[in-house]
Design a protein around this ligand. Structure first.
Ligand SMILES: [Zn+2]
Length: 240
């Protein structure tokens, strides 16, 4: 009964639901984006969900990070998120991992994942995760937000450009990223949809295209992306 309304979707059905149940999703960063994507992945019935974050819940998080309440202030996000997500759907095996993104640990977390979701807020951290998604050939759903704007794309190593192909140079960011919470809901929701589509084979994921959204102007734009032949991360991968 929990999944009744999505099993009724034509071409989704019990087959896609079974694929979701067998899947393991790893969400790096349980902030504005990760709170949304992990909520919807759990509610949709992904079998295993790993939530990775090194931070602690602060009052200034609560305009957008809706897994947390006042009672969670000062608690590790990974553990507070694990508890809340397990309440949303106890059928999902949820594991919160409180860790910095050290390479060995990222490699261990990415290995055997069906899909990895980007909930991070620096490109340095994203590039670490991107590197291990490429080396382990695991799909990586990139998302980023600032103010009323956001972007999303799905990276399938060997098939699409990787994050380093898209952003070979250092990307500047403000010390504190200004953000309205609903922008996170839009981009995090799209990331959950992309992850569900890649796991189940439903529909057409955003492959080789970066979707740019300006919620202030309510403008949506798609930019075609190309692999860089000299990309230091993915150029060795043969097309599959
Ligand atoms: Zn690349």
């Amino acid at each position: 009964m929990r999944y009744d309304r999505q099993i009724r979707i034509p071409d989704f059905g019990k087959e896609a639901q079974a694929k979701l149940r067998r899947a393991k999703a790893v969400v790096f960063g349980v902030g504005g984006l990760g709170c949304v994507s992990s909520t919807y992945l759990a509610a949709a019935g992904v079998g295993k969900l790993v939530l990775v974050d090194s931070g602690y819940v602060e009052l200034s998080n609560l305009n957008r990070q809706l897994l947390y309440t006042l009672g969670d202030l000062g608690k590790p996000k990974a553990l507070a998120a694990e508890k809340r997500v397990a309440e949303i759907n106890p059928e999902v095996a949820v594991e919160g991992v409180q860790t910095e993104l050290v390479p060995d640990e990222v490699d261990r977390l990415v290995k055997n994942a069906s899909v990895v979701v980007d909930g991070l807020d620096t490109y340095e951290a994203r590039h670490v995760v991107n590197k291990f998604c490429v080396s382990n050939r695991v799909a990586f759903i990139h998302g980023a937000v600032e103010g009323f704007r956001g972007q999303v794309t799905s990276i399938v190593p060997g098939e699409t450009p990787c994050l380093r192909c898209m952003f070979p140079e250092k990307v500047p960011r403000p010390e504190v990223i200004p953000i309205i919470g609903a922008t996170c809901a839009v981009i995090g929701g799209l990331q959950a949809l992309e992850a569900i589509k890649l796991v189940t084979g439903f529909g057409q994921p955003l492959l080789g295209k970066l979707l740019l959204i300006d919620c202030g102007l309510m403008e949506f734009e798609e930019v075609e992306l190309a692999r860089r032949p000299n990309c230091p991360v993915c150029s060795g991968l043969r097309t599959i």
